[in-house]
Design a protein around this ligand. Structure first.
Ligand SMILES: [Zn+2]
Length: 605
């Protein structure tokens, strides 16, 4: 996943507002009777759409004599590392056989026990409330729904996930269906060979735009809701750039494992950032309309598409196979997310979508982000993501893991005189682990890194920079790739507000406790009009604010707000924060070897 990037117009101390849910302390549920001939049917028509409801039927043949059928819904969607318990949105659960109701009860939050009594066809059904705009969940409008298989499709508890199934979509004749699932010979029906495949193929149903281009291995499709949200020219240039990025990413692994890849995008003004969620042949983005056509979009696409290899196929053994009933913590998200983000930047520059200066700027931004966050080990940050820690390290394994990837890449290239690289590590593990149906272990990861670097041990590197909190040794590593960093500290007025643009203006999303804004009484949901007389929509807001209020802590600073129908003025005291800034550029004094390595990084081998 690529987590939401706030469209923040103010210097802000971010505060993660998501609350951790109680740990699942259930005992092991009983094993379901075997079931076969599994078919799901999802109905989404204009009548249901008005109430944001999907109707779901699941039919199967129960083969367990008097043993009950025990059916569960996932607690999370892989890639979105949090427990969501999709059973919360299930309404009017029902079970029947030959038109006769069957007795059922709940085993736990998201597990139903159906008394099927004998080997016969059974249908369970329910309505599902699709009202959460989140790419791991389901969201309906009057003419559209996006849903994930994890939200709707029950599986037999304690049985293998390797069962085939079909999905039939019933919808209004004028509405479209898009999914990565394989179409069956029956109209509006799709097939999956396993449950893992079934729930990794989200759907768009309704009215939306759909465009496609030829790609090296088949087609690249782009579905955009609402219609017109991606201007025609933006969509055409996006598809053209994606058609360059996909083969560059495939070159890392030596294959493109999908024939059609679908980008599924929802733009909605109530969403205050941009976020993507990866799947094996598609991804779903939810974005503010303000990000459309901005560089961040292509960066998200490149990240999510790289996940088709890294995490959807090659992934740590902790996540292999996926378990849906409970969380699956791992210390390796710095590889699954961070190194994916490194390759997002690399593939953009290797595909010619950005130039080398653009790549250096992305790298410098990540260095600054890490420098301004508390020191944390990548293994710890990966592990704790499930509880969304509040200490400013919640998402740090993205930029810091990306930088760990850059360091490993440079060190491997230096040790091998640019004959090997991180690409070799990724490709070797893809072949050795994914292609043999397993996840990678720590021993396999570090052996692959060491092999690429001609046998050099990375035990010390791991202890200091992955499992430890040492600052990264940029002064010694960057020159090996002909790069240099200029690191500075600037003093910046800090208000403690993060805000999002929506259709009504600049809305306060979060207020950091103890900040100027908090002291003044600014509240989430307020609309900010100006601060110290500087309109918040001013493109040079931060600079003008600094000119206006100076850099002395304690200076009164006024907030002009809209709260409901009222406008009000409140005052807090200015706080000044020191922030690290970083610039990365090519070192003009680089050695020929370092120049070779720099060029090796930026180009497809
Ligand atoms: Zn990701």
């Amino acid at each position: 996943m690529r987590l939401p990037v706030m469209v923040a117009i103010l210097v802000a101390s971010l505060l993660e507002a998501t609350t951790a849910r109680a740990q699942d302390t259930r005992t092991t549920p009983p094993i379901s009777a075997p079931i076969s001939n599994v078919a799901y049917r999802v109905t989404f028509d204009s009548a249901g759409a008005r109430r944001r409801l999907l109707h779901v039927d699941m039919s199967f043949v129960s083969g367990g004599g008097d043993q009950p059928v025990i059916l569960a819904l996932p607690a999370w969607t892989p890639g979105s590392y949090e427990l969501d318990y999709f059973a919360r949105a299930v309404l009017r659960f029902n079970a029947e056989s030959d038109g006769h109701p069957l007795t059922w009860d709940k085993v736990d939050y998201d597990t139903w026990r159906v008394r099927a009594q004998g080997s016969k066809p059974v249908t369970v059904s329910f309505d599902y409330l699709a009202d959460t705009l989140d790419n791991a969940m389901a969201w309906a409008r009057s003419d559209f729904v996006m849903f994930n298989g994890t939200n709707l499709f029950l599986y037999p508890e304690g049985r293998s996930f390797d069962f085939p199934s079909t999905v039939t979509i019933r919808t209004d004749p004028a509405w479209r269906v898009v999914t990565g699932m394989t179409p069956a010979s029956t109209p509006s029906t799709y097939t999956a060979s396993t449950y893992h495949e079934l729930v990794d193929m989200p759907f768009f149903v309704g009215r939306f735009d759909l465009d496609s281009v030829r790609a090296p291995n088949g087609w690249l499709r782009f579905a955009a809701y609402p219609s017109g949200s991606m201007p025609r020219a933006t969509l055409a240039s996006t598809l053209a750039q994606l058609a360059k990025i996909v083969p560059v990413e495939g070159a890392v692994f030596g294959e493109i494992p999908f024939s059609t890849y679908t980008v599924m995008q929802i733009a909605d003004s109530t969403y205050g950032g941009i976020s993507g969620l990866e799947h094996e042949n598609s991804h779903v983005d939810v974005t503010t309309p303000l990000a459309i056509g901005e560089p961040i979009e292509m960066s998200i696409y490149a990240h999510e598409i790289f996940h088709a290899w890294n995490v959807k196929r090659l992934r740590p053994s902790d996540l292999w196979p996926y378990q849906y009933a409970h969380e699956q913590p791992t210390t390796w998200l710095w590889v699954s997310e961070g190194i994916t983000d490194y390759y997002a930047d690399l593939s953009e520059v290797r595909a010619g979508v950005i130039d080398s200066a653009g790549f250096f700027e992305l790298t410098a931004g990540k260095m600054a982000e890490v420098a301004n966050a508390p020191p944390v080990a990548l293994t710890d940050a990966s592990l704790t993501t499930w509880i969304h820690p509040e200490d400013g390290t919640a998402d740090i394994y993205y930029p810091k893991g990306s930088l760990a990837g850059l360091m490993l890449d440079i060190l491997i290239r230096d040790a091998s005189d640019d004959r090997a690289s991180l690409d070799d590590v990724m490709r070797a593990l893809y072949r050795e682990c994914y292609k043999h149906g397993t996840g990678f272990t720590a021993a396999q990861w570090w052996a692959a890194v060491s092999a690429a670097a001609g046998g050099t041990s990375f035990a010390d590197f791991n202890a200091k920079y992955i499992d430890g909190r040492d600052p990264y040794p940029w002064k010694t590593v960057l020159p090996l790739a002909g790069l240099r960093a200029t690191i500075d500290t600037v003093r910046t007025p800090t208000l403690g507000v993060s805000a999002e643009n929506d259709s009504a203006g600049v809305r306060v999303a979060r207020v950091a406790p103890g900040s100027s804004a908090d002291e003044a009484g600014v509240e989430p949901g307020d609309y900010l009009l100006s601060v110290a007389g500087v309109p918040v929509t001013d493109p040079s807001f931060v600079n003008r604010l600094r000119d206006k209020v100076g850099l002395r802590s304690g200076t009164p600073v006024s907030f002009h707000l809209q709260r409901g129908d009222d406008t009000l003025d409140v005052t807090g005291k200015l706080q000044v924060q020191e922030r690290v800034t970083v610039r990365v550029d090519a070192d003009p004094a680089a050695t020929p070897k370092a120049i070779r390595i720099r060029s090796g990084l930026l180009h497809v081998r």
